[in-house]
Design a protein. Sequence first.
Length: 278
Amino acid sequence: MLSLIHNELLVITGRWRSYIGFIGISILMPLILWGFMYGGESLQSDYTRGFEGSFMIVGSIVNAFLATYIIMNALWIHIPFLITLAAGDAVAADGANGIFRLTLIRPVSRLKILLSKLLASYIYSAGLVIFCAFWSLGIGSLVLGTGDLIVLDNGILVLDEGQAWIRMLLSFSLAIVVMCMVSTLCFMFSSMVNNGIGPIIGAMFLIIVGYIIIAIPLDFFTKIEPYVFVSYFNVWLDAFKDPIPWLLIGKKLSVLITYSLIFFGISAFVFLNKDIKS
């Protein structure tokens, strides 16, 4: 299995679409961090406007933790689309390139081949999230420094540096689970067709529809929102609540994992019964 996963990772790294997300983040993050460096005073003024009369703030609250928190708030909608660019080719590319028959003549079950492709997609998804963390927390710590994190969410939560590191680690771990679920969704579509564009469009369409449902306050949408997987994408935000709502996080993760199992089950059914002609 490890050799199969290794081979799939080599395939992923050999596709140009796999680098779009990393290139985009590498271009965007320096610009954002530069904006925090030279626009920190105005940001702090806007951020603390509601409570500056109740607290005495010494120094700057604009640090790597606050920058990361704001960046994650801004990008959690967009990162899933970057995941689909690589996951869309996971199965479909082999069909498009006509190499399925060569792959399946090896003494390895179809299920193992499919599972190795999925796990390789998960590793890619985790790698993209970790790359975001490297830029926002790693490079951000060098240029902005660290300190207390102030979170505004139905009140004011002040986390010291030690707690901020723990909460950031938890939030990125939760974000990895979300991105792996997105990868499984795209993987399901990839098992159904022989081109990489179809799965990307299919996954993006469902995600966009989900965003619309949770954004528009209609009674019908409100009723079906608990069944829309996109409504659980914000589980990473729960890492910044006090106390941490472990039961709520567990519920959201269970829903995301259940959807992942359903999507993989559909993928396995389709792939195991697929007539490979090329």
